[in-house]
Design a protein around this ligand. Structure first.
Ligand code: ATP
Ligand code: MG
Length: 490
């Protein structure tokens, strides 16, 4: 028998191995689901969980920490299997939420986590971008100086948008808000701008209609559609705008000009309120959680024009918001008005009266786009806008049967012509050269002999002539006037 002082070789080597073995205890925090329902879960036992932490449930479900109280953690679910029940074990994933990004997303329809919804294979993306990223600091930003043409007469002339601007589309239900955004996306075909259309909480029929329109007009080639459908988990609807923004951010950082449409942020706010109430976060005004302003401003602050030495790309944002009975002083609309660089206000009365797009010119503004507008267009549009606003005032006045002197009567008839010219069908965006043509023609009084209907009937001809003549914005005004005289007199 070997004594402890003289161990056999086998025991000796075992002892040596044991001495070398460093015990490394690994602490894995484990939580248990207390309850699940309505797209959220309450969890016990994740003491070091922090807000926005990603959670992995044992059954394959996924969630994100959204509320913390003394004894439990509230999570929004981002993926839910049928097996998720009380008692399911859950761990912190130890990574932050990100989405695959890159050119493979062009032409694709994805959910807010980047999973394909178009029945095709998973997009082959090499890069990932965090859903929630800080906005670019001031030194990385540049001024808005290039126009973003929407193709819409009223917008491109009187409420111009620049690349990197945040322009709100605001109006009641069914006033043509989505149509304006779609026209803008369709018009980017020849403008070299990548588009991201984010659909939040819309029913499947509207989603299908939007996709169908984008396909029909060849816009999918340069567009990604992010969908958080009406019946999707509320957590996904909440993330949809962040995902759209992250996709655009990737391209912007690589020097691309991008356009993101958020359709719409009212639904996003409702979803956020619903989740916050379910998770017992203290409600504030209109029962929205107090940080709803912060949420939307953080999202829209990520849109900008980057300085040339930081990539030089841009992200233009067109958030859409809904008003009730034209009330723009409600909580979410006022928040968004103050966050954005201007708004396009759609009016239900104008819409009902057949003035479409139903843009209320007096109540719409663009605070920075004017700097990017071509000086020729700006000059002509300034004069026309003044005439139009005067006409609207004058028209109210004449409703009381006031008798007008001749100059006033002339202003009135010119205004009626202008109103007819400003109407535009949806899905018919027009190039900026055409806008300059009708502006000059109107300012020169070339439509004056016509009735409003006759004037409007000349526009398709004008459109065709501008295209074939190849006139450019820089061409001298006299050249434009000469051509326009020829075209409109024939
Ligand atoms: N410029 C236009 N000319 C003619 N019809 C239009 C125009 N713009 C929109 N419409 C019509 O008005 C209706 C509502 O338009 P749209 O869906 O764009 O509005 P919305 O404000 O987005 O509505 P929703 O509240 O359903 O989201 C549609 O039937 C559309 O065809
Ligand atoms: Mg809509």
């Amino acid at each position: 028998m070997a004594t402890p002082d003289s161990p056999t070789p086998l025991i000796g080597s075992l002892q040596k191995r044991l001495q070398q073995y460093a015990l490394q205890p690994r602490l894995v925090e484990q939580g248990t689901v207390l309850s699940v329902g309505d797209g959220i879960a309450w969890i016990a036992g994740l003491p070091s969980a922090a807000m926005d932490d990603l959670l992995e449930f044992e059954d394959g479900s996924e969630g994100m920490v959204f509320a913390l109280d003394q004894t439990r953690v509230g999570a929004i679910l981002l993926r839910e299997t049928e097996r998720l029940t009380a008692g399911t074990v859950v761990h912190r994933a130890g990574r932050i939420l990100s989405i695959p990004v890159g050119d493979a997303l062009l032409g694709r329809v994805v959910d807010p986590l980047g999973n394909p919804l178009d029945g095709l294979e998973t997009p082959a993306c090499a890069a990932r971008q965090p859903l929630d990223a800080p906005s670019p600091p001031i030194i990385e930003r540049d001024f808005v100086q290039t126009p973003l043409y929407t193709g819409v007469k009223i917008i491109d002339t009187m409420i111009p948008i620049g690349r990197g601007q945040r322009q709100l589309i605001i109006g009641d239900e069914g006033t043509g808000r989505s149509s304006l955004a779609l026209d803008t996306v369709i018009h980017q075909r020849a403008q070299n701008v990548y588009c991201i259309y984010v659909l939040i909480g819309q029913k499947r029929s509207s989603v299908v209609a939007t996709l169908e329109t984008l396909r029909r007009y060849g816009a999918m080639e340069y567009t990604t559609v992010v969908v958080g459908e009406a019946f999707a988990l509320p957590g996904l609807k909440y993330l949809a705008p962040l995902a759209g923004c992250a996709i655009a951010e990737h391209w912007m950082r690589r020097g691309r000009d991008t356009l993101v449409v958020y359709d719409d942020l009212s639904t996003h706010a409702y979803t956020y309120r619903e989740l916050s109430l379910l998770l017992r976060r203290p409600p504030g005004r209109e029962a929205y959680p107090g940080d709803i302003f912060y949420l939307h401003s953080r999202l829209l602050e990520r849109s900008t024009r980057l300085a040339a030495d930081h990539g030089g790309g841009s992200m233009t944002a067109l958030p859409i918001v809904e008003t009730k009975q034209g009330e723009i002083a409600a909580y979410i609309p006022t928040n968004l008005i103050s966050i954005t660089d201007g708004q396009i206000y759609l009016d239900q009365h104008l819409f009902a009266a057949g003035f479409r797009p139903a843009i209320d010119i007096g109540r719409s503004v663009s605070r920075i786009g004017g700097k990017a507008q071509h000086p020729r267009v700006k000059e002509e549009a300034g004069q026309m806008k003044l005439d139009y606003l005067q006409f609207l005032e004058l028209e109210v006045f004449t409703r009381f049967g006031a008798k007008l002197e001749e100059t006033m009567a002339r202003k009135l008839s010119r205004g009626r012509i202008l109103r007819e010219i400003l109407k535009q069908d949806r899905l018919h965006p027009l190039p900026i050269e055409f806008h300059l043509a009708w502006l000059i023609a109107f300012n020169e009084g070339l439509f004056d002999g016509f009735s409003p209907q006759q004037a409007a009937a000349r526009l398709p001809l004008l459109e065709e002539r501008v295209q074939t003549a190849g006139l450019r914005l820089e061409d001298p005004r006299e050249v434009w006037v000469r051509h326009l005289q020829d075209w409109l007199q024939t």
